[in-house]
Design a protein around this ligand. Sequence first.
Ligand SMILES: [Zn+2]
Length: 447
Amino acid sequence: MKKIEDIVSLCKRRGFVFPGSDIFGGMAGTWDFGPLGVILKRNIMNEWWKYFVEERDDIYGVDAAILMNPRTWVASGHTETFADPLVECKECKSRFRADKIAEGITESVTSEEFLATHTKCPVCGKENWGPIRKFNMMFLTHVGAVLPDDDSKLAESHVAYLRPETAQGIFTNYKNVLDTFYPDLPFGLAQQGKAFRNEISPRDFILRDRECSQMEVEYFVRPSEWEKQFETIRLLQHDFLENRMGLNPNEIHEYEVPEEDRAHYSKCTVDFMFDYPNGEEELMGLAYRTDFDLMNIQRESGKSMEYRDKVTGECFVPHIIEPSIGVERLFLAVFSTAYTEDELNGEKRVVLKLPENLAPYKYCVSPLLKNKPELMSKAKEVYALLRKKYKNVTWDDSGNIGKRYRKQDEIGTPRCVVIDFDTLEDNTVTIRDRDTAEQIRKPIEEL
Ligand SMILES: [Zn+2]
Protein backbone atom coordinates (compact mmCIF):
# COMPACT_ATOMS: atom_id res chain seq x y z
CA MET A 1 0.00 0.00 0.00
CA LYS A 2 1.24 3.44 -0.92
CA LYS A 3 1.03 5.89 1.96
CA ILE A 4 0.71 9.64 1.48
CA GLU A 5 3.26 10.19 4.31
CA ASP A 6 5.90 8.25 2.35
CA ILE A 7 5.20 10.32 -0.75
CA VAL A 8 5.37 13.62 1.16
CA SER A 9 8.61 12.47 2.72
CA LEU A 10 10.19 11.45 -0.60
CA CYS A 11 9.07 14.77 -2.11
CA LYS A 12 10.95 16.61 0.63
CA ARG A 13 13.98 14.31 0.85
CA ARG A 14 14.73 14.45 -2.86
CA GLY A 15 13.86 18.09 -3.47
CA PHE A 16 10.52 17.83 -5.26
CA VAL A 17 8.17 19.69 -2.91
CA PHE A 18 8.89 21.66 0.29
CA PRO A 19 6.40 23.28 2.68
CA GLY A 20 6.00 26.97 1.72
CA SER A 21 8.08 29.47 3.76
CA ASP A 22 9.45 26.49 5.70
CA ILE A 23 12.27 28.49 7.27
CA PHE A 24 9.82 30.88 8.96
CA GLY A 25 7.61 28.14 10.28
CA GLY A 26 5.56 27.72 7.12
CA MET A 27 2.51 29.36 5.57
CA ALA A 28 -0.65 27.28 5.62
CA GLY A 29 -1.88 26.16 2.23
CA THR A 30 1.32 26.94 0.33
CA TRP A 31 3.98 24.63 -1.07
CA ASP A 32 7.25 25.29 -2.86
CA PHE A 33 8.63 23.21 -5.70
CA GLY A 34 12.30 22.30 -5.40
CA PRO A 35 14.85 21.68 -8.20
CA LEU A 36 13.39 18.31 -9.28
CA GLY A 37 9.78 19.26 -8.55
CA VAL A 38 9.96 22.25 -10.84
CA ILE A 39 11.28 20.09 -13.69
CA LEU A 40 8.53 17.51 -13.21
CA LYS A 41 5.88 20.21 -12.88
CA ARG A 42 7.05 21.96 -16.05
CA ASN A 43 7.25 18.68 -17.95
CA ILE A 44 3.61 18.06 -17.02
CA MET A 45 2.57 21.58 -18.03
CA ASN A 46 4.55 21.49 -21.28
CA GLU A 47 3.08 18.12 -22.20
CA TRP A 48 -0.42 19.52 -21.64
CA TRP A 49 0.38 22.59 -23.74
CA LYS A 50 1.74 20.39 -26.53
CA TYR A 51 -1.30 18.12 -26.43
CA PHE A 52 -4.02 20.80 -26.27
CA VAL A 53 -2.41 23.70 -28.15
CA GLU A 54 0.60 22.86 -30.29
CA GLU A 55 -0.65 19.58 -31.72
CA ARG A 56 -4.03 21.07 -32.69
CA ASP A 57 -5.21 23.66 -35.20
CA ASP A 58 -8.31 24.79 -33.32
CA ILE A 59 -6.95 25.86 -29.91
CA TYR A 60 -5.01 29.08 -29.30
CA GLY A 61 -3.05 30.04 -26.19
CA VAL A 62 -3.48 33.14 -24.04
CA ASP A 63 -1.76 34.36 -20.88
CA ALA A 64 -3.88 36.94 -19.06
CA ALA A 65 -2.96 39.11 -16.07
CA ILE A 66 -3.68 37.79 -12.57
CA LEU A 67 -5.13 41.15 -11.46
CA MET A 68 -8.29 41.87 -13.40
CA ASN A 69 -10.84 44.66 -13.38
CA PRO A 70 -13.14 43.85 -10.41
CA ARG A 71 -16.17 44.10 -12.72
CA THR A 72 -14.97 40.73 -14.03
CA TRP A 73 -15.97 39.11 -10.73
CA VAL A 74 -19.25 40.93 -10.51
CA ALA A 75 -20.11 39.73 -14.03
CA SER A 76 -18.99 36.17 -13.31
CA GLY A 77 -20.96 35.93 -10.09
CA HIS A 78 -17.89 35.35 -7.91
CA THR A 79 -18.45 38.44 -5.76
CA GLU A 80 -21.88 37.09 -4.95
CA THR A 81 -21.52 33.31 -4.87
CA PHE A 82 -17.88 32.22 -4.58
CA ALA A 83 -18.34 31.39 -0.93
CA ASP A 84 -18.08 28.43 1.40
CA PRO A 85 -20.31 27.75 4.42
CA LEU A 86 -18.22 28.80 7.42
CA VAL A 87 -19.10 27.66 10.92
CA GLU A 88 -17.41 28.66 14.17
CA CYS A 89 -17.15 26.63 17.35
CA LYS A 90 -18.27 28.94 20.17
CA GLU A 91 -16.20 26.98 22.70
CA CYS A 92 -12.72 27.04 21.12
CA LYS A 93 -13.26 29.58 18.30
CA SER A 94 -12.03 27.14 15.63
CA ARG A 95 -13.49 27.74 12.18
CA PHE A 96 -14.46 25.05 9.70
CA ARG A 97 -16.10 24.49 6.36
CA ALA A 98 -19.43 23.09 7.53
CA ASP A 99 -19.81 20.67 4.61
CA LYS A 100 -16.36 19.18 5.28
CA ILE A 101 -16.93 18.26 8.92
CA ALA A 102 -20.54 17.01 8.73
CA GLU A 103 -21.89 14.04 6.79
CA GLY A 104 -24.60 14.29 4.17
CA ILE A 105 -24.82 18.06 3.71
CA THR A 106 -23.83 20.25 0.76
CA GLU A 107 -22.24 23.68 0.31
CA SER A 108 -25.68 25.28 0.45
CA VAL A 109 -26.34 23.98 3.99
CA THR A 110 -28.41 26.17 6.35
CA SER A 111 -27.70 26.66 10.07
CA GLU A 112 -30.69 24.46 10.98
CA GLU A 113 -29.59 21.64 8.68
CA PHE A 114 -26.09 21.78 10.11
CA LEU A 115 -27.26 21.70 13.74
CA ALA A 116 -29.46 18.71 12.92
CA THR A 117 -26.36 16.68 12.02
CA HIS A 118 -25.15 16.95 15.67
CA THR A 119 -21.55 17.31 14.57
CA LYS A 120 -18.94 17.65 17.31
CA CYS A 121 -16.09 20.14 17.01
CA PRO A 122 -13.07 18.29 15.52
CA VAL A 123 -10.78 20.34 17.81
CA CYS A 124 -12.45 20.44 21.25
CA GLY A 125 -15.14 17.77 20.87
CA LYS A 126 -17.97 20.06 22.07
CA GLU A 127 -21.21 20.78 20.22
CA ASN A 128 -21.82 24.52 20.50
CA TRP A 129 -21.96 26.15 17.10
CA GLY A 130 -22.50 29.66 15.81
CA PRO A 131 -24.62 30.27 12.70
CA ILE A 132 -23.48 29.26 9.21
CA ARG A 133 -21.96 32.25 7.46
CA LYS A 134 -20.98 32.63 3.84
CA PHE A 135 -17.25 33.15 3.54
CA ASN A 136 -16.04 34.56 0.20
CA MET A 137 -12.87 32.78 -0.87
CA MET A 138 -11.42 35.52 -3.06
CA PHE A 139 -8.22 37.19 -1.86
CA LEU A 140 -8.85 40.89 -1.60
CA THR A 141 -6.14 43.44 -2.29
CA HIS A 142 -5.82 47.13 -3.09
CA VAL A 143 -4.39 48.62 -6.23
CA GLY A 144 -2.46 51.89 -6.44
CA ALA A 145 -1.01 54.14 -3.72
CA VAL A 146 -3.36 53.47 -0.83
CA LEU A 147 -2.16 53.85 2.77
CA PRO A 148 -3.62 51.60 5.46
CA ASP A 149 -4.70 54.56 7.66
CA ASP A 150 -6.24 56.43 4.75
CA ASP A 151 -9.82 55.20 5.16
CA SER A 152 -11.42 57.54 2.70
CA LYS A 153 -9.11 56.31 -0.04
CA LEU A 154 -9.89 52.66 0.62
CA ALA A 155 -12.74 53.11 -1.76
CA GLU A 156 -14.32 50.47 -3.96
CA SER A 157 -12.35 51.82 -6.90
CA HIS A 158 -9.10 50.57 -5.38
CA VAL A 159 -10.32 47.08 -4.63
CA ALA A 160 -8.95 44.18 -6.65
CA TYR A 161 -8.85 40.43 -6.23
CA LEU A 162 -6.26 37.81 -6.96
CA ARG A 163 -8.09 35.80 -9.61
CA PRO A 164 -9.94 32.81 -8.12
CA GLU A 165 -9.89 31.02 -11.50
CA THR A 166 -8.01 31.45 -14.75
CA ALA A 167 -11.13 31.00 -16.89
CA GLN A 168 -12.21 34.65 -16.74
CA GLY A 169 -8.88 35.72 -18.26
CA ILE A 170 -9.91 33.63 -21.27
CA PHE A 171 -13.53 34.80 -21.56
CA THR A 172 -12.47 38.43 -21.39
CA ASN A 173 -10.08 37.82 -24.31
CA TYR A 174 -12.59 35.91 -26.43
CA LYS A 175 -13.56 39.04 -28.38
CA ASN A 176 -9.92 40.08 -28.88
CA VAL A 177 -9.15 36.71 -30.44
CA LEU A 178 -12.35 36.75 -32.50
CA ASP A 179 -11.45 40.16 -33.93
CA THR A 180 -7.81 39.32 -34.67
CA PHE A 181 -7.82 35.63 -35.72
CA TYR A 182 -11.36 35.14 -37.13
CA PRO A 183 -11.47 31.49 -36.00
CA ASP A 184 -14.20 29.11 -37.15
CA LEU A 185 -16.35 27.39 -34.56
CA PRO A 186 -15.63 25.25 -32.71
CA PHE A 187 -12.40 26.75 -31.40
CA GLY A 188 -10.71 26.92 -28.04
CA LEU A 189 -8.55 29.18 -25.93
CA ALA A 190 -6.09 27.61 -23.52
CA GLN A 191 -4.34 29.09 -20.52
CA GLN A 192 -2.02 27.99 -17.74
CA GLY A 193 -1.54 30.13 -14.68
CA LYS A 194 -1.95 30.77 -11.00
CA ALA A 195 -5.29 31.04 -9.25
CA PHE A 196 -5.93 31.87 -5.60
CA ARG A 197 -8.56 30.61 -3.18
CA ASN A 198 -8.70 31.50 0.46
CA GLU A 199 -9.57 27.96 1.58
CA ILE A 200 -10.93 27.84 5.13
CA SER A 201 -8.88 24.79 5.94
CA PRO A 202 -6.18 23.88 3.41
CA ARG A 203 -5.18 20.24 3.74
CA ASP A 204 -4.15 17.03 2.01
CA PHE A 205 -0.64 18.09 0.97
CA ILE A 206 -0.78 19.87 -2.40
CA LEU A 207 -4.39 18.81 -3.10
CA ARG A 208 -6.12 21.74 -1.43
CA ASP A 209 -3.82 24.74 -1.29
CA ARG A 210 -4.53 28.46 -1.28
CA GLU A 211 -2.44 29.13 -4.37
CA CYS A 212 -2.53 26.74 -7.28
CA SER A 213 -1.74 26.50 -10.97
CA GLN A 214 -4.55 25.74 -13.37
CA MET A 215 -4.59 24.49 -16.93
CA GLU A 216 -7.82 25.24 -18.72
CA VAL A 217 -9.35 25.20 -22.15
CA GLU A 218 -12.49 27.15 -22.93
CA TYR A 219 -13.93 25.52 -26.00
CA PHE A 220 -16.47 27.62 -27.91
CA VAL A 221 -19.14 25.62 -29.70
CA ARG A 222 -22.48 25.96 -31.47
CA PRO A 223 -25.25 25.58 -28.88
CA SER A 224 -26.79 22.66 -30.81
CA GLU A 225 -23.49 20.76 -30.81
CA TRP A 226 -22.58 20.88 -27.14
CA GLU A 227 -23.25 17.22 -26.38
CA LYS A 228 -21.15 15.97 -29.28
CA GLN A 229 -18.25 18.29 -28.40
CA PHE A 230 -18.53 17.49 -24.70
CA GLU A 231 -18.11 13.80 -25.51
CA THR A 232 -15.12 14.45 -27.81
CA ILE A 233 -13.37 16.49 -25.12
CA ARG A 234 -14.21 13.94 -22.43
CA LEU A 235 -12.41 11.27 -24.45
CA LEU A 236 -9.45 13.59 -25.07
CA GLN A 237 -9.00 14.02 -21.31
CA HIS A 238 -8.76 10.26 -20.88
CA ASP A 239 -6.25 9.96 -23.68
CA PHE A 240 -4.14 12.73 -22.16
CA LEU A 241 -4.28 11.42 -18.59
CA GLU A 242 -3.62 7.82 -19.52
CA ASN A 243 -1.22 8.05 -22.46
CA ARG A 244 0.69 11.26 -21.73
CA MET A 245 0.63 11.30 -17.93
CA GLY A 246 0.88 7.54 -17.39
CA LEU A 247 -2.15 7.34 -15.07
CA ASN A 248 -3.89 4.03 -14.61
CA PRO A 249 -7.40 4.07 -16.21
CA ASN A 250 -8.68 1.91 -13.33
CA GLU A 251 -7.83 4.69 -10.89
CA ILE A 252 -9.76 7.39 -12.77
CA HIS A 253 -13.48 7.53 -12.02
CA GLU A 254 -16.01 9.78 -13.66
CA TYR A 255 -18.73 11.23 -11.54
CA GLU A 256 -21.57 13.29 -12.93
CA VAL A 257 -22.16 16.11 -10.48
CA PRO A 258 -25.83 16.38 -9.42
CA GLU A 259 -27.55 19.70 -10.02
CA GLU A 260 -27.51 20.90 -6.39
CA ASP A 261 -23.71 20.47 -6.14
CA ARG A 262 -22.79 22.01 -9.50
CA ALA A 263 -21.13 25.40 -9.75
CA HIS A 264 -23.63 28.17 -10.43
CA TYR A 265 -22.63 28.44 -14.10
CA SER A 266 -22.83 24.83 -15.21
CA LYS A 267 -25.56 22.78 -16.88
CA CYS A 268 -23.54 19.57 -16.84
CA THR A 269 -20.33 18.75 -15.01
CA VAL A 270 -18.31 15.56 -14.93
CA ASP A 271 -15.70 15.33 -12.19
CA PHE A 272 -12.74 13.11 -12.92
CA MET A 273 -11.89 11.54 -9.57
CA PHE A 274 -8.59 9.83 -8.88
CA ASP A 275 -7.56 7.19 -6.35
CA TYR A 276 -4.93 9.11 -4.41
CA PRO A 277 -3.07 7.23 -1.66
CA ASN A 278 -5.24 9.00 0.93
CA GLY A 279 -8.50 8.29 -0.87
CA GLU A 280 -10.55 9.31 -3.87
CA GLU A 281 -10.30 13.03 -4.66
CA GLU A 282 -11.10 15.29 -7.57
CA LEU A 283 -8.41 15.39 -10.25
CA MET A 284 -10.11 17.53 -12.86
CA GLY A 285 -13.47 18.83 -13.99
CA LEU A 286 -15.24 19.00 -17.31
CA ALA A 287 -18.07 21.52 -17.35
CA TYR A 288 -20.66 22.62 -19.87
CA ARG A 289 -20.95 26.32 -19.00
CA THR A 290 -23.56 27.18 -21.64
CA ASP A 291 -23.45 30.85 -22.72
CA PHE A 292 -23.44 31.94 -19.05
CA ASP A 293 -19.99 33.57 -19.07
CA LEU A 294 -20.20 35.38 -22.41
CA MET A 295 -23.73 36.62 -21.66
CA ASN A 296 -22.55 37.98 -18.30
CA ILE A 297 -19.67 39.80 -19.96
CA GLN A 298 -21.96 41.11 -22.67
CA ARG A 299 -24.36 42.47 -20.04
CA GLU A 300 -21.68 43.95 -17.78
CA SER A 301 -19.53 45.44 -20.57
CA GLY A 302 -22.28 46.43 -22.97
CA LYS A 303 -20.28 44.91 -25.84
CA SER A 304 -21.57 42.21 -28.17
CA MET A 305 -20.17 38.72 -27.65
CA GLU A 306 -21.88 37.37 -30.74
CA TYR A 307 -20.17 35.16 -33.24
CA ARG A 308 -21.09 35.67 -36.91
CA ASP A 309 -21.14 32.56 -39.08
CA LYS A 310 -19.02 33.26 -42.17
CA VAL A 311 -21.23 31.22 -44.51
CA THR A 312 -24.80 31.74 -43.28
CA GLY A 313 -24.32 35.13 -41.64
CA GLU A 314 -26.15 33.81 -38.59
CA CYS A 315 -25.25 35.60 -35.32
CA PHE A 316 -25.27 33.96 -31.88
CA VAL A 317 -23.35 33.76 -28.62
CA PRO A 318 -21.35 30.50 -28.54
CA HIS A 319 -21.64 28.00 -25.71
CA ILE A 320 -18.62 26.83 -23.76
CA ILE A 321 -17.17 23.49 -22.70
CA GLU A 322 -14.41 23.71 -20.14
CA PRO A 323 -11.89 21.04 -19.19
CA SER A 324 -10.05 22.36 -16.12
CA ILE A 325 -7.21 20.70 -14.28
CA GLY A 326 -5.11 21.73 -11.28
CA VAL A 327 -1.41 21.24 -11.94
CA GLU A 328 -0.63 20.27 -8.33
CA ARG A 329 -3.42 17.69 -8.30
CA LEU A 330 -2.09 16.20 -11.52
CA PHE A 331 1.47 16.34 -10.16
CA LEU A 332 0.39 14.29 -7.13
CA ALA A 333 -1.54 11.82 -9.30
CA VAL A 334 1.51 11.33 -11.54
CA PHE A 335 3.87 11.11 -8.58
CA SER A 336 1.80 8.64 -6.57
CA THR A 337 1.19 6.48 -9.66
CA ALA A 338 4.95 6.33 -10.26
CA TYR A 339 5.81 5.74 -6.58
CA THR A 340 6.66 2.06 -6.15
CA GLU A 341 8.17 0.03 -3.34
CA ASP A 342 9.72 -3.24 -4.41
CA GLU A 343 12.51 -5.60 -3.55
CA LEU A 344 15.82 -5.89 -5.34
CA ASN A 345 18.26 -8.70 -4.41
CA GLY A 346 16.49 -9.07 -1.08
CA GLU A 347 16.67 -5.34 -0.36
CA LYS A 348 13.71 -2.98 -0.19
CA ARG A 349 13.88 -0.07 -2.56
CA VAL A 350 11.77 2.94 -3.52
CA VAL A 351 11.53 3.61 -7.24
CA LEU A 352 9.70 6.37 -9.06
CA LYS A 353 8.49 4.77 -12.29
CA LEU A 354 7.75 8.04 -14.08
CA PRO A 355 6.91 7.95 -17.78
CA GLU A 356 9.96 8.84 -19.85
CA ASN A 357 8.40 12.10 -21.14
CA LEU A 358 7.95 13.37 -17.56
CA ALA A 359 11.07 12.12 -15.75
CA PRO A 360 13.24 15.07 -14.60
CA TYR A 361 16.34 13.41 -16.11
CA LYS A 362 16.52 11.02 -19.05
CA TYR A 363 19.99 9.73 -18.18
CA CYS A 364 22.41 9.78 -15.27
CA VAL A 365 26.08 9.52 -16.25
CA SER A 366 28.76 8.45 -13.81
CA PRO A 367 32.30 7.06 -13.71
CA LEU A 368 32.70 3.68 -11.97
CA LEU A 369 35.41 5.16 -9.74
CA LYS A 370 35.87 8.81 -8.90
CA ASN A 371 39.58 8.62 -8.14
CA LYS A 372 40.62 7.42 -11.62
CA PRO A 373 41.33 10.48 -13.82
CA GLU A 374 41.02 8.48 -17.07
CA LEU A 375 37.53 7.26 -16.09
CA MET A 376 36.52 10.75 -14.96
CA SER A 377 37.55 12.40 -18.22
CA LYS A 378 35.88 9.72 -20.37
CA ALA A 379 32.69 10.00 -18.29
CA LYS A 380 32.70 13.81 -18.63
CA GLU A 381 32.98 13.35 -22.37
CA VAL A 382 29.95 11.01 -22.47
CA TYR A 383 28.04 13.40 -20.18
CA ALA A 384 28.70 16.36 -22.50
CA LEU A 385 27.61 14.29 -25.49
CA LEU A 386 24.32 13.19 -23.93
CA ARG A 387 23.60 16.65 -22.56
CA LYS A 388 23.96 18.09 -26.00
CA LYS A 389 21.63 15.43 -27.41
CA TYR A 390 18.94 15.22 -24.67
CA LYS A 391 19.47 18.31 -22.45
CA ASN A 392 17.93 16.77 -19.33
CA VAL A 393 20.83 14.59 -18.23
CA THR A 394 22.40 14.48 -14.77
CA TRP A 395 25.83 13.68 -13.40
CA ASP A 396 26.58 11.67 -10.27
CA ASP A 397 29.98 10.65 -8.91
CA SER A 398 29.07 10.57 -5.21
CA GLY A 399 29.26 7.47 -2.97
CA ASN A 400 29.41 3.98 -4.42
CA ILE A 401 27.60 2.84 -7.53
CA GLY A 402 24.83 1.07 -5.58
CA LYS A 403 23.98 4.27 -3.70
CA ARG A 404 23.89 6.23 -6.94
CA TYR A 405 21.45 3.74 -8.46
CA ARG A 406 19.18 3.99 -5.43
CA LYS A 407 19.18 7.78 -5.62
CA GLN A 408 18.40 7.77 -9.35
CA ASP A 409 15.63 5.19 -8.76
CA GLU A 410 14.07 7.52 -6.19
CA ILE A 411 14.06 10.50 -8.54
CA GLY A 412 12.83 8.47 -11.51
CA THR A 413 15.82 8.55 -13.89
CA PRO A 414 15.04 5.82 -16.47
CA ARG A 415 18.67 4.93 -17.26
CA CYS A 416 22.07 5.12 -15.58
CA VAL A 417 25.15 5.05 -17.80
CA VAL A 418 28.39 3.90 -16.16
CA ILE A 419 31.86 4.41 -17.61
CA ASP A 420 34.34 1.71 -16.55
CA PHE A 421 37.74 0.36 -17.64
CA ASP A 422 36.22 -1.57 -20.56
CA THR A 423 34.85 1.72 -21.89
CA LEU A 424 38.43 2.92 -22.35
CA GLU A 425 39.17 -0.21 -24.42
CA ASP A 426 36.07 -0.67 -26.59
CA ASN A 427 33.97 2.51 -26.21
CA THR A 428 30.99 0.66 -24.72
CA VAL A 429 29.18 1.58 -21.51
CA THR A 430 26.92 -0.15 -18.99
CA ILE A 431 23.31 0.96 -19.13
CA ARG A 432 21.21 0.09 -16.12
CA ASP A 433 17.41 0.14 -16.41
CA ARG A 434 15.48 1.80 -13.57
CA ASP A 435 12.45 -0.50 -13.54
CA THR A 436 14.09 -3.90 -14.05
CA ALA A 437 17.58 -3.07 -12.70
CA GLU A 438 18.90 -5.03 -15.69
CA GLN A 439 22.23 -3.99 -17.13
CA ILE A 440 23.32 -4.17 -20.75
CA ARG A 441 26.37 -2.95 -22.64
CA LYS A 442 26.11 -0.65 -25.60
CA PRO A 443 28.49 1.39 -27.77
CA ILE A 444 28.46 5.08 -26.81
CA GLU A 445 27.24 6.14 -30.27
CA GLU A 446 24.05 4.09 -29.79
CA LEU A 447 22.90 6.03 -26.70
ZN1 LIG B 1 -14.24 23.62 19.42
